[in-house]
Design a protein around this ligand. Structure first.
Ligand code: FAD
Ligand code: DLZ
Length: 508
Protein backbone atom coordinates (compact mmCIF):
# COMPACT_ATOMS: atom_id res chain seq x y z
CA UNK A 1 0.00 0.00 0.00
CA UNK A 2 1.51 3.32 -1.07
CA UNK A 3 0.03 6.74 -0.49
CA UNK A 4 1.09 9.45 -2.94
CA UNK A 5 1.00 12.92 -1.36
CA UNK A 6 1.16 15.79 -3.81
CA UNK A 7 2.95 18.98 -2.73
CA UNK A 8 2.61 22.20 -4.75
CA UNK A 9 5.28 24.86 -5.12
CA UNK A 10 3.50 27.14 -2.65
CA UNK A 11 2.92 24.43 -0.02
CA UNK A 12 6.38 24.36 1.55
CA UNK A 13 5.11 24.33 5.12
CA UNK A 14 7.58 22.28 7.18
CA UNK A 15 5.31 22.66 10.22
CA UNK A 16 2.42 20.80 8.56
CA UNK A 17 1.09 17.81 10.50
CA UNK A 18 2.01 15.56 7.54
CA UNK A 19 5.70 15.87 8.22
CA UNK A 20 5.49 15.14 11.94
CA UNK A 21 5.72 11.40 11.35
CA UNK A 22 7.97 9.50 8.93
CA UNK A 23 6.07 6.82 7.04
CA UNK A 24 7.49 4.25 4.64
CA UNK A 25 4.16 3.92 2.87
CA UNK A 26 4.03 7.63 1.89
CA UNK A 27 5.77 9.18 -1.12
CA UNK A 28 5.82 12.97 -1.40
CA UNK A 29 5.64 14.18 -5.01
CA UNK A 30 6.77 17.61 -6.18
CA UNK A 31 6.78 18.66 -9.84
CA UNK A 32 8.21 21.55 -11.84
CA UNK A 33 5.69 21.78 -14.65
CA UNK A 34 5.02 23.91 -17.72
CA UNK A 35 1.32 24.19 -16.86
CA UNK A 36 2.44 26.37 -13.92
CA UNK A 37 5.34 28.20 -15.58
CA UNK A 38 3.26 29.08 -18.65
CA UNK A 39 -0.27 30.03 -17.53
CA UNK A 40 1.05 33.58 -17.37
CA UNK A 41 4.49 35.01 -18.15
CA UNK A 42 6.21 35.11 -14.75
CA UNK A 43 9.13 37.15 -13.51
CA UNK A 44 12.36 35.16 -13.87
CA UNK A 45 13.02 35.46 -10.11
CA UNK A 46 9.59 34.04 -9.32
CA UNK A 47 10.22 30.85 -11.31
CA UNK A 48 13.78 30.59 -10.01
CA UNK A 49 12.72 31.22 -6.44
CA UNK A 50 9.83 28.74 -6.46
CA UNK A 51 11.89 25.98 -8.05
CA UNK A 52 14.91 26.59 -5.82
CA UNK A 53 12.72 26.61 -2.70
CA UNK A 54 10.90 23.44 -3.85
CA UNK A 55 14.23 21.68 -4.41
CA UNK A 56 15.54 22.66 -0.99
CA UNK A 57 12.29 21.60 0.64
CA UNK A 58 12.45 18.20 -1.10
CA UNK A 59 16.07 17.74 0.01
CA UNK A 60 15.09 18.54 3.60
CA UNK A 61 12.31 15.95 3.43
CA UNK A 62 14.75 13.31 2.19
CA UNK A 63 17.16 14.22 4.96
CA UNK A 64 14.30 13.84 7.42
CA UNK A 65 13.84 10.25 6.23
CA UNK A 66 10.80 10.83 3.98
CA UNK A 67 10.37 9.27 0.54
CA UNK A 68 10.29 11.90 -2.20
CA UNK A 69 9.71 11.82 -5.97
CA UNK A 70 10.82 15.09 -7.57
CA UNK A 71 10.27 15.98 -11.23
CA UNK A 72 12.64 18.61 -12.57
CA UNK A 73 11.67 20.98 -15.37
CA UNK A 74 14.11 19.48 -17.89
CA UNK A 75 13.49 15.77 -17.27
CA UNK A 76 12.28 13.81 -20.34
CA UNK A 77 9.81 11.79 -18.23
CA UNK A 78 8.10 15.03 -17.08
CA UNK A 79 4.73 15.47 -18.85
CA UNK A 80 4.33 19.01 -17.52
CA UNK A 81 0.99 19.10 -15.78
CA UNK A 82 -0.07 17.76 -12.40
CA UNK A 83 -2.69 15.50 -14.03
CA UNK A 84 -0.49 14.14 -16.82
CA UNK A 85 2.31 13.32 -14.38
CA UNK A 86 -0.05 11.67 -11.89
CA UNK A 87 -1.23 9.44 -14.76
CA UNK A 88 2.15 7.70 -15.00
CA UNK A 89 3.37 8.22 -11.44
CA UNK A 90 0.42 6.31 -9.94
CA UNK A 91 1.32 2.99 -11.65
CA UNK A 92 5.05 3.65 -11.36
CA UNK A 93 4.87 4.16 -7.59
CA UNK A 94 2.11 1.54 -7.28
CA UNK A 95 0.05 4.14 -5.46
CA UNK A 96 -3.15 2.91 -3.89
CA UNK A 97 -4.16 6.19 -2.34
CA UNK A 98 -3.85 9.92 -3.23
CA UNK A 99 -3.64 12.80 -0.79
CA UNK A 100 -3.10 16.52 -1.21
CA UNK A 101 -3.47 19.82 0.58
CA UNK A 102 -6.09 22.37 -0.53
CA UNK A 103 -4.67 24.41 -3.39
CA UNK A 104 -4.69 28.17 -2.91
CA UNK A 105 -5.71 28.90 -6.49
CA UNK A 106 -9.11 28.07 -7.91
CA UNK A 107 -7.64 27.00 -11.29
CA UNK A 108 -5.28 24.49 -9.66
CA UNK A 109 -7.92 23.25 -7.22
CA UNK A 110 -10.29 22.40 -10.11
CA UNK A 111 -7.52 20.64 -12.05
CA UNK A 112 -6.64 18.56 -8.99
CA UNK A 113 -10.25 17.69 -8.18
CA UNK A 114 -10.53 16.32 -11.73
CA UNK A 115 -7.19 14.53 -11.66
CA UNK A 116 -7.91 12.85 -8.34
CA UNK A 117 -11.38 11.79 -9.52
CA UNK A 118 -9.96 10.41 -12.78
CA UNK A 119 -7.47 8.24 -10.89
CA UNK A 120 -10.29 6.25 -9.31
CA UNK A 121 -8.19 5.91 -6.15
CA UNK A 122 -9.40 6.73 -2.64
CA UNK A 123 -8.11 10.11 -1.62
CA UNK A 124 -8.15 12.88 0.91
CA UNK A 125 -7.76 16.66 0.78
CA UNK A 126 -6.44 18.33 3.93
CA UNK A 127 -6.02 21.95 4.94
CA UNK A 128 -2.62 23.44 4.10
CA UNK A 129 -2.54 24.50 7.77
CA UNK A 130 -1.41 27.98 6.91
CA UNK A 131 -4.13 30.59 7.16
CA UNK A 132 -5.76 31.83 10.33
CA UNK A 133 -9.21 31.29 8.88
CA UNK A 134 -9.91 27.98 7.14
CA UNK A 135 -10.82 28.32 3.48
CA UNK A 136 -14.42 27.11 3.81
CA UNK A 137 -15.16 29.37 6.73
CA UNK A 138 -13.75 32.37 4.91
CA UNK A 139 -15.76 31.55 1.80
CA UNK A 140 -18.96 30.96 3.81
CA UNK A 141 -18.56 34.23 5.74
CA UNK A 142 -18.32 36.28 2.55
CA UNK A 143 -20.75 34.31 0.41
CA UNK A 144 -23.68 36.72 0.76
CA UNK A 145 -22.21 39.99 1.89
CA UNK A 146 -18.58 40.99 2.22
CA UNK A 147 -18.05 43.12 5.33
CA UNK A 148 -15.64 46.06 5.31
CA UNK A 149 -12.12 44.85 6.05
CA UNK A 150 -12.02 46.82 9.31
CA UNK A 151 -14.88 44.84 10.89
CA UNK A 152 -13.53 41.50 9.69
CA UNK A 153 -10.14 42.42 11.16
CA UNK A 154 -11.62 43.40 14.54
CA UNK A 155 -13.39 40.04 14.63
CA UNK A 156 -10.14 38.17 14.04
CA UNK A 157 -8.37 40.27 16.65
CA UNK A 158 -11.00 39.26 19.18
CA UNK A 159 -11.00 35.62 18.13
CA UNK A 160 -7.19 35.31 18.32
CA UNK A 161 -6.89 37.65 21.32
CA UNK A 162 -4.41 39.95 19.62
CA UNK A 163 -3.66 43.45 20.98
CA UNK A 164 -6.65 43.41 23.35
CA UNK A 165 -6.97 44.94 26.80
CA UNK A 166 -8.33 43.10 29.85
CA UNK A 167 -11.95 43.95 28.89
CA UNK A 168 -11.59 42.58 25.39
CA UNK A 169 -11.35 46.05 23.82
CA UNK A 170 -8.51 47.24 21.61
CA UNK A 171 -5.26 47.91 23.41
CA UNK A 172 -4.71 51.66 23.67
CA UNK A 173 -8.43 52.33 23.17
CA UNK A 174 -8.37 52.31 19.34
CA UNK A 175 -8.64 49.52 16.79
CA UNK A 176 -6.86 51.43 14.10
CA UNK A 177 -3.81 53.69 13.94
CA UNK A 178 -4.13 54.43 10.22
CA UNK A 179 -4.14 58.18 10.75
CA UNK A 180 -0.61 58.01 12.19
CA UNK A 181 0.57 55.81 9.35
CA UNK A 182 0.59 58.14 6.39
CA UNK A 183 3.78 60.17 6.70
CA UNK A 184 6.05 61.12 3.82
CA UNK A 185 9.56 59.77 4.41
CA UNK A 186 12.05 62.62 4.83
CA UNK A 187 15.07 60.36 4.29
CA UNK A 188 15.74 60.07 7.99
CA UNK A 189 15.81 57.60 9.72
CA UNK A 190 17.65 55.83 6.92
CA UNK A 191 15.79 52.88 5.40
CA UNK A 192 17.91 49.78 6.14
CA UNK A 193 18.53 47.58 3.12
CA UNK A 194 16.94 44.14 3.14
CA UNK A 195 19.00 41.08 4.12
CA UNK A 196 19.31 39.87 0.53
CA UNK A 197 20.82 36.39 0.16
CA UNK A 198 23.55 35.63 -2.36
CA UNK A 199 22.41 32.31 -3.86
CA UNK A 200 24.15 31.19 -7.01
CA UNK A 201 21.25 29.80 -9.07
CA UNK A 202 22.97 29.90 -12.48
CA UNK A 203 22.74 26.13 -13.00
CA UNK A 204 19.01 26.18 -12.24
CA UNK A 205 18.51 29.16 -14.53
CA UNK A 206 20.23 27.24 -17.34
CA UNK A 207 17.80 24.34 -16.79
CA UNK A 208 14.82 26.68 -16.90
CA UNK A 209 15.90 28.43 -20.08
CA UNK A 210 16.96 25.17 -21.75
CA UNK A 211 13.43 23.87 -21.11
CA UNK A 212 12.12 26.88 -23.05
CA UNK A 213 10.31 28.64 -20.19
CA UNK A 214 9.63 32.29 -21.15
CA UNK A 215 9.96 34.82 -18.32
CA UNK A 216 10.17 38.57 -17.81
CA UNK A 217 12.47 40.75 -15.71
CA UNK A 218 15.97 40.11 -14.47
CA UNK A 219 16.85 36.64 -13.16
CA UNK A 220 19.79 37.86 -11.02
CA UNK A 221 20.70 34.16 -10.92
CA UNK A 222 24.30 34.74 -9.88
CA UNK A 223 23.36 36.33 -6.57
CA UNK A 224 19.69 35.52 -6.10
CA UNK A 225 18.33 37.49 -3.17
CA UNK A 226 15.02 36.07 -1.92
CA UNK A 227 14.94 33.61 1.01
CA UNK A 228 14.57 30.01 -0.13
CA UNK A 229 14.35 28.02 3.09
CA UNK A 230 12.53 28.34 6.36
CA UNK A 231 15.78 29.16 8.11
CA UNK A 232 16.49 32.03 5.71
CA UNK A 233 12.92 33.25 5.98
CA UNK A 234 13.14 33.24 9.80
CA UNK A 235 16.33 35.28 9.60
CA UNK A 236 14.60 37.74 7.24
CA UNK A 237 11.70 38.05 9.71
CA UNK A 238 14.12 38.68 12.58
CA UNK A 239 15.86 41.36 10.53
CA UNK A 240 12.54 43.07 9.79
CA UNK A 241 11.58 43.08 13.46
CA UNK A 242 14.96 44.44 14.54
CA UNK A 243 15.55 46.96 11.76
CA UNK A 244 12.26 48.12 10.23
CA UNK A 245 9.13 47.31 12.22
CA UNK A 246 9.46 50.38 14.47
CA UNK A 247 9.08 52.65 11.42
CA UNK A 248 6.81 50.40 9.36
CA UNK A 249 3.52 51.99 10.31
CA UNK A 250 4.55 55.60 10.03
CA UNK A 251 6.05 55.24 6.54
CA UNK A 252 3.92 52.44 5.13
CA UNK A 253 2.22 54.81 2.67
CA UNK A 254 5.43 56.62 1.67
CA UNK A 255 7.09 56.35 -1.74
CA UNK A 256 10.68 57.33 -2.41
CA UNK A 257 13.20 57.29 -5.23
CA UNK A 258 15.89 56.87 -2.56
CA UNK A 259 14.64 53.52 -1.32
CA UNK A 260 12.81 50.80 -3.26
CA UNK A 261 11.84 48.96 -0.10
CA UNK A 262 11.58 51.61 2.68
CA UNK A 263 10.49 49.99 5.96
CA UNK A 264 8.46 47.19 4.39
CA UNK A 265 8.90 43.62 5.55
CA UNK A 266 9.64 41.87 2.23
CA UNK A 267 8.02 38.76 3.69
CA UNK A 268 5.28 38.10 1.12
CA UNK A 269 7.33 35.64 -0.97
CA UNK A 270 8.24 33.54 2.08
CA UNK A 271 4.70 33.79 3.48
CA UNK A 272 3.00 32.83 0.23
CA UNK A 273 5.26 29.80 -0.25
CA UNK A 274 4.41 28.95 3.40
CA UNK A 275 8.01 29.02 4.53
CA UNK A 276 6.63 31.25 7.28
CA UNK A 277 3.34 30.96 9.13
CA UNK A 278 1.33 34.19 9.48
CA UNK A 279 0.85 33.53 13.19
CA UNK A 280 4.59 33.37 13.82
CA UNK A 281 5.04 36.65 11.92
CA UNK A 282 2.33 38.30 14.03
CA UNK A 283 3.80 36.84 17.23
CA UNK A 284 7.23 38.21 16.35
CA UNK A 285 5.71 41.70 15.98
CA UNK A 286 3.76 41.35 19.25
CA UNK A 287 6.92 40.30 21.07
CA UNK A 288 8.68 43.40 19.73
CA UNK A 289 5.83 45.54 21.07
CA UNK A 290 5.87 43.86 24.47
CA UNK A 291 9.60 44.36 24.84
CA UNK A 292 9.35 48.03 23.84
CA UNK A 293 11.10 47.68 20.47
CA UNK A 294 8.06 48.90 18.51
CA UNK A 295 5.20 51.15 19.58
CA UNK A 296 1.53 50.30 19.38
CA UNK A 297 0.85 52.21 16.13
CA UNK A 298 3.66 50.45 14.26
CA UNK A 299 2.73 47.04 15.64
CA UNK A 300 -0.99 47.43 15.01
CA UNK A 301 -0.29 48.77 11.50
CA UNK A 302 1.73 45.67 10.68
CA UNK A 303 -0.61 43.16 12.33
CA UNK A 304 -3.48 44.66 10.31
CA UNK A 305 -1.70 43.76 7.06
CA UNK A 306 -1.32 40.09 7.93
CA UNK A 307 -4.30 39.34 10.15
CA UNK A 308 -6.60 41.79 8.37
CA UNK A 309 -5.81 42.35 4.71
CA UNK A 310 -4.16 39.03 3.87
CA UNK A 311 -6.95 36.91 5.34
CA UNK A 312 -9.69 39.24 4.06
CA UNK A 313 -8.39 39.15 0.51
CA UNK A 314 -8.22 35.35 0.56
CA UNK A 315 -11.78 35.14 1.90
CA UNK A 316 -13.07 37.27 -0.98
CA UNK A 317 -11.20 35.11 -3.49
CA UNK A 318 -12.69 31.85 -2.25
CA UNK A 319 -16.16 33.29 -1.75
CA UNK A 320 -16.37 34.86 -5.19
CA UNK A 321 -14.42 32.67 -7.60
CA UNK A 322 -14.69 31.84 -10.46
CA UNK A 323 -16.98 34.77 -11.34
CA UNK A 324 -14.71 37.34 -9.72
CA UNK A 325 -12.03 36.89 -12.39
CA UNK A 326 -14.41 38.16 -15.09
CA UNK A 327 -15.72 41.28 -13.31
CA UNK A 328 -15.25 44.56 -15.18
CA UNK A 329 -17.63 46.98 -13.49
CA UNK A 330 -16.11 50.05 -15.16
CA UNK A 331 -16.06 48.40 -18.62
CA UNK A 332 -12.36 49.17 -18.99
CA UNK A 333 -10.95 48.09 -22.35
CA UNK A 334 -7.65 49.87 -23.08
CA UNK A 335 -4.39 47.96 -23.56
CA UNK A 336 -1.70 48.52 -20.91
CA UNK A 337 0.96 50.95 -22.14
CA UNK A 338 4.05 49.24 -23.61
CA UNK A 339 6.28 50.85 -20.96
CA UNK A 340 4.74 48.64 -18.27
CA UNK A 341 7.21 46.02 -19.61
CA UNK A 342 10.21 48.32 -20.04
CA UNK A 343 9.87 51.17 -17.48
CA UNK A 344 10.63 53.49 -20.40
CA UNK A 345 8.45 56.43 -19.39
CA UNK A 346 9.20 60.05 -18.48
CA UNK A 347 6.99 59.82 -15.39
CA UNK A 348 9.61 59.49 -12.66
CA UNK A 349 7.36 57.67 -10.16
CA UNK A 350 6.22 55.04 -12.65
CA UNK A 351 9.72 54.64 -14.08
CA UNK A 352 10.97 53.80 -10.58
CA UNK A 353 8.07 51.52 -9.61
CA UNK A 354 8.14 49.53 -12.86
CA UNK A 355 11.95 49.58 -13.01
CA UNK A 356 12.30 47.98 -9.58
CA UNK A 357 9.52 45.52 -10.40
CA UNK A 358 11.59 44.34 -13.37
CA UNK A 359 14.88 44.16 -11.46
CA UNK A 360 13.60 42.83 -8.10
CA UNK A 361 10.21 41.27 -8.82
CA UNK A 362 9.00 43.58 -6.03
CA UNK A 363 7.28 46.91 -5.51
CA UNK A 364 5.73 47.86 -2.21
CA UNK A 365 2.02 48.20 -1.62
CA UNK A 366 1.65 51.91 -2.29
CA UNK A 367 3.65 51.68 -5.50
CA UNK A 368 1.37 48.84 -6.65
CA UNK A 369 -1.80 50.63 -5.58
CA UNK A 370 -1.20 54.33 -6.13
CA UNK A 371 1.33 54.32 -8.98
CA UNK A 372 0.94 51.43 -11.44
CA UNK A 373 -2.57 50.49 -10.30
CA UNK A 374 -3.78 54.08 -10.13
CA UNK A 375 -2.44 54.82 -13.61
CA UNK A 376 -4.13 51.72 -15.11
CA UNK A 377 -7.39 52.63 -13.34
CA UNK A 378 -7.40 56.26 -14.50
CA UNK A 379 -6.44 55.30 -18.06
CA UNK A 380 -9.20 52.66 -18.16
CA UNK A 381 -6.96 49.65 -18.83
CA UNK A 382 -8.55 46.25 -19.31
CA UNK A 383 -8.50 44.41 -15.94
CA UNK A 384 -7.60 41.15 -17.72
CA UNK A 385 -4.37 42.76 -18.91
CA UNK A 386 -3.76 44.44 -15.59
CA UNK A 387 -4.22 41.11 -13.80
CA UNK A 388 -1.84 39.32 -16.13
CA UNK A 389 0.80 41.97 -15.52
CA UNK A 390 0.49 41.81 -11.71
CA UNK A 391 0.24 38.02 -11.65
CA UNK A 392 3.43 37.76 -13.67
CA UNK A 393 5.69 40.48 -12.43
CA UNK A 394 5.80 40.01 -8.65
CA UNK A 395 7.62 37.16 -6.95
CA UNK A 396 4.81 36.99 -4.39
CA UNK A 397 2.00 36.87 -6.99
CA UNK A 398 -0.42 33.96 -6.68
CA UNK A 399 -3.93 34.42 -7.97
CA UNK A 400 -5.69 34.11 -4.60
CA UNK A 401 -3.97 37.27 -3.39
CA UNK A 402 -3.20 39.04 -6.66
CA UNK A 403 -6.74 38.99 -8.08
CA UNK A 404 -8.78 40.69 -5.32
CA UNK A 405 -5.97 43.20 -4.81
CA UNK A 406 -5.72 44.06 -8.51
CA UNK A 407 -9.20 43.64 -9.94
CA UNK A 408 -10.85 44.66 -6.68
CA UNK A 409 -8.82 47.05 -4.59
CA UNK A 410 -6.84 48.66 -7.36
CA UNK A 411 -9.10 48.60 -10.44
CA UNK A 412 -12.55 48.75 -8.77
CA UNK A 413 -13.59 46.21 -11.41
CA UNK A 414 -15.55 44.35 -8.71
CA UNK A 415 -17.81 47.40 -8.31
CA UNK A 416 -16.99 47.83 -4.60
CA UNK A 417 -16.56 44.41 -3.00
CA UNK A 418 -13.03 45.00 -1.65
CA UNK A 419 -13.27 48.75 -1.16
CA UNK A 420 -16.12 51.23 -1.01
CA UNK A 421 -14.56 53.59 -3.56
CA UNK A 422 -11.80 53.48 -6.17
CA UNK A 423 -8.25 54.13 -4.96
CA UNK A 424 -7.61 57.02 -7.35
CA UNK A 425 -5.19 59.87 -6.88
CA UNK A 426 -3.90 62.84 -8.85
CA UNK A 427 -0.34 64.19 -8.84
CA UNK A 428 -1.13 66.03 -5.58
CA UNK A 429 -1.29 62.66 -3.81
CA UNK A 430 1.97 61.48 -5.38
CA UNK A 431 3.70 64.76 -4.48
CA UNK A 432 2.43 64.51 -0.91
CA UNK A 433 3.59 60.93 -0.38
CA UNK A 434 6.77 60.81 -2.45
CA UNK A 435 9.93 62.62 -3.52
CA UNK A 436 9.50 61.74 -7.21
CA UNK A 437 7.90 64.96 -8.45
CA UNK A 438 10.99 67.13 -8.00
CA UNK A 439 13.11 66.45 -11.06
CA UNK A 440 10.34 64.72 -13.01
CA UNK A 441 9.89 65.66 -16.66
CA UNK A 442 6.27 66.47 -15.83
CA UNK A 443 4.96 69.21 -13.51
CA UNK A 444 2.78 67.97 -10.69
CA UNK A 445 1.07 71.38 -10.37
CA UNK A 446 -0.24 71.48 -13.96
CA UNK A 447 -3.48 69.97 -15.21
CA UNK A 448 -2.92 70.82 -18.84
CA UNK A 449 -0.16 72.12 -21.07
CA UNK A 450 2.94 70.47 -22.47
CA UNK A 451 4.51 69.30 -19.20
CA UNK A 452 1.32 68.69 -17.20
CA UNK A 453 1.57 65.54 -15.08
CA UNK A 454 -0.62 62.90 -16.79
CA UNK A 455 -2.02 61.82 -13.42
CA UNK A 456 -3.88 65.16 -13.15
CA UNK A 457 -5.90 65.22 -16.35
CA UNK A 458 -6.41 61.45 -16.27
CA UNK A 459 -7.73 61.73 -12.71
CA UNK A 460 -10.43 64.17 -13.78
CA UNK A 461 -11.14 62.34 -17.03
CA UNK A 462 -11.72 59.15 -15.03
CA UNK A 463 -14.15 60.82 -12.63
CA UNK A 464 -15.93 62.72 -15.40
CA UNK A 465 -16.46 59.65 -17.58
CA UNK A 466 -17.74 57.59 -14.64
CA UNK A 467 -19.88 60.35 -13.11
CA UNK A 468 -23.18 58.57 -13.91
CA UNK A 469 -22.19 55.71 -11.58
CA UNK A 470 -19.43 56.99 -9.26
CA UNK A 471 -21.16 60.35 -8.85
CA UNK A 472 -23.71 58.61 -6.61
CA UNK A 473 -21.00 57.37 -4.24
CA UNK A 474 -21.15 59.53 -1.06
CA UNK A 475 -17.41 59.02 -0.48
CA UNK A 476 -16.71 60.81 -3.76
CA UNK A 477 -18.90 63.80 -3.00
CA UNK A 478 -15.99 66.17 -2.40
CA UNK A 479 -14.24 65.08 -5.59
CA UNK A 480 -17.31 65.76 -7.71
CA UNK A 481 -17.97 69.07 -5.98
CA UNK A 482 -14.39 70.18 -6.81
CA UNK A 483 -14.92 69.14 -10.43
CA UNK A 484 -18.12 71.08 -10.67
CA UNK A 485 -16.56 74.18 -9.09
CA UNK A 486 -14.01 74.33 -11.94
CA UNK A 487 -14.85 76.69 -14.81
CA UNK A 488 -16.26 75.21 -18.00
CA UNK A 489 -13.07 76.21 -19.84
CA UNK A 490 -10.83 74.59 -17.22
CA UNK A 491 -12.79 71.36 -17.35
CA UNK A 492 -12.68 71.31 -21.15
CA UNK A 493 -8.91 71.93 -21.22
CA UNK A 494 -8.35 69.20 -18.63
CA UNK A 495 -10.42 66.65 -20.54
CA UNK A 496 -8.71 67.60 -23.83
CA UNK A 497 -5.32 67.10 -22.18
CA UNK A 498 -6.35 63.65 -20.99
CA UNK A 499 -7.58 62.71 -24.47
CA UNK A 500 -4.26 63.90 -25.89
CA UNK A 501 -2.33 61.72 -23.42
CA UNK A 502 -4.58 58.69 -23.91
CA UNK A 503 -4.03 58.89 -27.66
CA UNK A 504 -0.25 58.78 -27.07
CA UNK A 505 -0.23 56.54 -24.04
CA UNK A 506 2.78 54.49 -25.17
CA UNK A 507 4.87 57.66 -25.42
CA UNK A 508 4.28 59.07 -21.95
P1 FAD B 1 4.50 44.78 3.82
O1 FAD B 1 4.02 46.09 3.35
O2 FAD B 1 5.68 44.75 4.68
O3 FAD B 1 3.25 44.06 4.55
C1 FAD B 1 3.45 42.90 5.36
C2 FAD B 1 2.65 41.75 4.85
O4 FAD B 1 1.26 42.03 4.92
C3 FAD B 1 2.92 41.33 3.43
O5 FAD B 1 4.04 40.50 3.30
C4 FAD B 1 1.63 40.61 3.05
O6 FAD B 1 1.70 39.25 3.40
C5 FAD B 1 0.58 41.29 3.91
N1 FAD B 1 -0.22 42.23 3.14
C6 FAD B 1 -0.15 43.57 3.15
N2 FAD B 1 -1.10 44.09 2.35
C7 FAD B 1 -1.76 43.06 1.81
C8 FAD B 1 -2.84 42.96 0.90
N3 FAD B 1 -3.46 44.03 0.39
N4 FAD B 1 -3.23 41.73 0.54
C9 FAD B 1 -2.66 40.61 1.05
N5 FAD B 1 -1.63 40.66 1.92
C10 FAD B 1 -1.20 41.87 2.30
N6 FAD B 1 0.41 40.68 -2.19
C11 FAD B 1 0.85 39.43 -2.44
O7 FAD B 1 1.31 38.75 -1.52
N7 FAD B 1 0.79 38.91 -3.71
C12 FAD B 1 0.30 39.63 -4.76
O8 FAD B 1 0.26 39.13 -5.87
C13 FAD B 1 -0.15 40.95 -4.51
N8 FAD B 1 -0.62 41.72 -5.53
C14 FAD B 1 -1.02 43.00 -5.27
C15 FAD B 1 -1.53 43.76 -6.34
C16 FAD B 1 -1.96 45.06 -6.10
C17 FAD B 1 -2.52 45.87 -7.22
C18 FAD B 1 -1.90 45.58 -4.80
C19 FAD B 1 -2.39 46.97 -4.54
C20 FAD B 1 -1.41 44.84 -3.75
C21 FAD B 1 -0.97 43.54 -3.96
N9 FAD B 1 -0.48 42.74 -2.92
C22 FAD B 1 -0.07 41.46 -3.18
C23 FAD B 1 -0.50 43.22 -1.52
C24 FAD B 1 0.78 43.92 -1.06
O9 FAD B 1 1.10 44.94 -1.96
C25 FAD B 1 1.94 42.95 -0.91
O10 FAD B 1 1.56 41.89 -0.06
C26 FAD B 1 3.15 43.62 -0.30
O11 FAD B 1 3.57 44.69 -1.12
C27 FAD B 1 4.27 42.63 -0.12
O12 FAD B 1 5.44 43.26 0.33
P2 FAD B 1 5.92 43.21 1.84
O13 FAD B 1 6.06 41.80 2.27
O14 FAD B 1 7.14 44.09 1.92
O15 FAD B 1 4.68 43.83 2.56
C1 DLZ C 1 3.85 29.69 -9.69
C2 DLZ C 1 4.37 28.29 -9.87
C3 DLZ C 1 5.28 28.02 -10.88
C4 DLZ C 1 5.85 29.07 -11.75
N1 DLZ C 1 5.71 26.76 -11.08
C5 DLZ C 1 5.25 25.76 -10.32
C6 DLZ C 1 5.63 24.41 -10.55
O1 DLZ C 1 6.34 24.10 -11.49
N2 DLZ C 1 5.16 23.46 -9.72
C7 DLZ C 1 4.32 23.73 -8.70
O2 DLZ C 1 3.93 22.83 -7.96
N3 DLZ C 1 3.92 25.02 -8.47
C8 DLZ C 1 4.37 26.02 -9.25
N4 DLZ C 1 3.93 27.29 -9.06
C9 DLZ C 1 2.97 27.51 -7.99
C10 DLZ C 1 1.63 26.99 -8.41
O3 DLZ C 1 1.13 27.74 -9.50
C11 DLZ C 1 0.76 27.08 -7.17
O4 DLZ C 1 0.86 25.91 -6.48
C12 DLZ C 1 -0.64 27.33 -7.49
O5 DLZ C 1 -0.64 28.64 -7.91
C13 DLZ C 1 -1.59 27.09 -6.32
O6 DLZ C 1 -1.61 28.18 -5.45
Amino acid sequence: MTCLRLLLGDQLNAGHAWFGERRDDVVYVLMEVRSETDYVRHHAQKVLGIFAAMRRFAEALVQGGHRVEYLRIGEPRNRHSFAANLDWLIPELQATRLERMEADEWRVEQALIDAFAASGLPGRVVSAGHFLLERDEAAARFARKVPRMEFFYRDLRRRHRILLDADGGPLGGRWNYDAENRAKWPGDPPAPSWPWQQHDLRALWDEITAAGVQTLGEPSAQSFGWPLTRREARAWLADFIAQRLAHFGRYQDAISGRSATLFHAGLSFALNLKLLHPREVIDAALAAYESGRADLAATEGFVRQILGWREFIRGIYWARMPGYAALNALQAKRALPAWFWSADTRMACLRAAIGQSLTLGYAHHIQRLMLTGNFALLAGCDPDEVDRWYLGIYVDAFEWVELPNTRGMSQFADGGIVGSKPYSGSAAYIQRQSDHCQGCHYRHTLRHGERACPFNSLYWHFHARHQPTLGRNPRLGMTYRSWERMSVAERAATLAQAEHYLARIDQL
